[in-house]
Structure formats: structure tokens, C-alpha cells
Design a protein around this ligand. Structure first.
Ligand SMILES: [Zn+2]
Length: 265
């Protein structure tokens, strides 16, 4: 599959619901492959093609490894199930996603995780520090939202949307990571970079005391340059970051196709 084909899958003008279902189910399986799961919790949501504000979400009760194109549940912005489904959804968990989908028409996919290093960085006053290769690619790109308890109250939505603003990366303090994207592949790549930056930051902090030295900061100039050029490795297209995201996502999709293609069911 070409990068362009993958990009089109999450485009509400060109993709079919079936194509988005397969792409999103693949994303759930990729998150499982990478260990980014939390029992039956957390969500990855994607907009269904068409004028309606409908979204696909994981059925509540299944592990990410059990998600398939057909068992994804279609819901509206209030969490009502659209069409027939034998599954319900975790409405409490959807509060965050619905608030962002409602406010940001440019966002077609939202991912959210409770990984250990993601949560650890979310618990630090300093948040994500500018100290490694991956954080350098997210200069001035990360938003923060203070913890108000488990996110089940609609009244928190306006504050959460204001915290995110126009950014695509959100660290939910004391809680976890959330990323957005105009395609499933770009939301995934945003999450990958943020997760890797957290992994390296926590590993660096653990290693530093025994090393006898401090942690080397990345200069603002280096970070700004890395963020501007992050998609241009080996190419020069204007949509290079989208292209690299699609290529990366497709590579992992081929990997899970070789392991277990049942996500396509
Ligand atoms: Zn959460």
C-alpha cells in the first residue's frame, strides 16, 4: 500500500467506513504490539466518513488484541451507539475524546494511553524535558492539562479543550498521554514520538545519578530545527511528516498482517 493510499483512509471525503474500521483496528493491534495497553481501558477513536459526527471506538470489555474492524462500535458525540452492536462502550473514557472531537474538526483520530513512562512524565512538575532526540522533535508542541480526578464530568470538557488549544500533543498531568492527528497514521506517529521521548527521559533520569554527570539539555535552536525538519529525513515533500507517518504506520501494519491478520475481520 502506498503512503498516499493510507493517508486517504482517514480522509472523510474519500475513505469508506469499512476502510477506516480496518485502519483503526490495525492501530489497536499496533498499540498492543508496542505494549501500550491498559487491561480493557483506554481508547483510540477515529471519525467515520460522512457529514454525521460519528466515531469508531473500542467495545468495552475487549483487550486491544481482540479488536477487529467489525467489532468497533460506532457512536455519536454523546456516546449513543449508532446501528447494531452487541457491545457497549465505556462512556466515562469517551468524555475526553468527545470533547476534542466536538471542538477540533481537523482532528480525525485521537489516541490515549496509560503507559508507565508516559504517566511518570505526566507526574513530574517539569513535564516533558527538552533532553533527547524525540523531545527535540516536539518543540513548543506539547500542551498540559491539570488533573481533576477521573475524567467523567462533562464540565471539565471546556477546560480540557482550552488546555489543548490548537496543539496535537497533550500530557494529562498525573494521568497519561493523548495525541491527535488528521489521520490515524499521524495520530499514531505523534503518540510514538511522545512515548519514546518519555521512555528516554525516564531512563536518563534513572541513569544520571550513577553516571556522575548531569543530563545534557537540548538547545532551543536544535529543538526548533528538529521540529521543523522532522519529516524531511531523506525527502523533501511539503507533506513529508504525513508521508513519513503513513510509511511508518504501514510498515507496522504489514508486521501485524504477518502475525495475525484477524483485525481485518
Ligand atoms: Zn486515561
Amino acid at each position: 500500500m502506498s503512503a498516499k493510499a493510507s493517508l486517504r483512509l482517514a480522509d472523510t471525503e474519500a475513505a469508506t467506513e469499512r476502510e477506516v474500521r480496518v485502519e483503526l483496528a490495525a492501530c489497536y493491534r499496533i498499540f498492543d504490539l508496542l505494549g501500550w495497553t491498559e487491561l480493557i481501558f483506554n481508547h483510540i477513536t477515529a471519525k467515520v466518513p460522512g457529514p454525521e459526527e460519528h466515531f469508531l471506538i473500542n467495545p468495552f470489555g475487549l483487550h486491544y488484541s481482540e479488536i477487529t474492524a467489525s467489532n468497533l462500535v460506532k457512536i455519536d458525540l454523546d456516546g449513543n451507539v449508532i446501528g447494531d452492536s452487541e457491545w457497549s462502550v465505556n462512556l466515562a473514557g469517551f468524555v475526553i475524546h468527545s470533547a476534542i472531537h466536538r471542538a477540533r474538526s481537523d482532528v480525525h483520530c485521537i489516541t490515549h494511553t496509560h503507559t508507565t513512562t508516559g504517566m511518570a512524565v505526566a507526574c513530574l512538575e517539569a513535564g516533558l524535558t527538552q533532553t533527547n532526540f524525540y523531545s527535540a522533535m516536539m518543540h513548543d508542541s506539547v500542551a498540559y492539562h491539570d488533573f481533576e480526578g477521573i475524567t467523567t464530568r462533562p464540565e471539565e470538557c471546556d477546560r480540557l479543550v482550552a488546555s489543548l488549544g490548537g496543539k496535537d500533543l497533550l500530557i494529562l498531568r498525573n494521568h497519561g498521554l493523548l495525541t491527535c492527528g488528521p489521520t490515524i497514521a499521524e495520530a499514531f506517529t505523534n503518540h510514538y514520538r511522545l512515548q519514546r521521548a518519555c521512555d528516554v527521559q525516564i531512563a536518563t533520569a534513572a541513569a544520571a545519578p550513577a553516571s556522575g554527570g548531569g543530563i545534557i539539555p537540548v538547545s532551543e535552536a536544535a529543538a526548533r530545527y528538529s521540529t521543523e525538519k522532522r519529516g524531511l529525513v531523506g525527502m523533501g515533500e511539503s507533506d513529508a511528516d504525513a508521508h513519513v507517518s503513513a510509511q511508518s504506520f504501514n510498515a507496522l501494519k504489514r508486521l501485524i498482517d504477518r502475525k495475525d491478520p484477524s483485525y481485518r475481520d
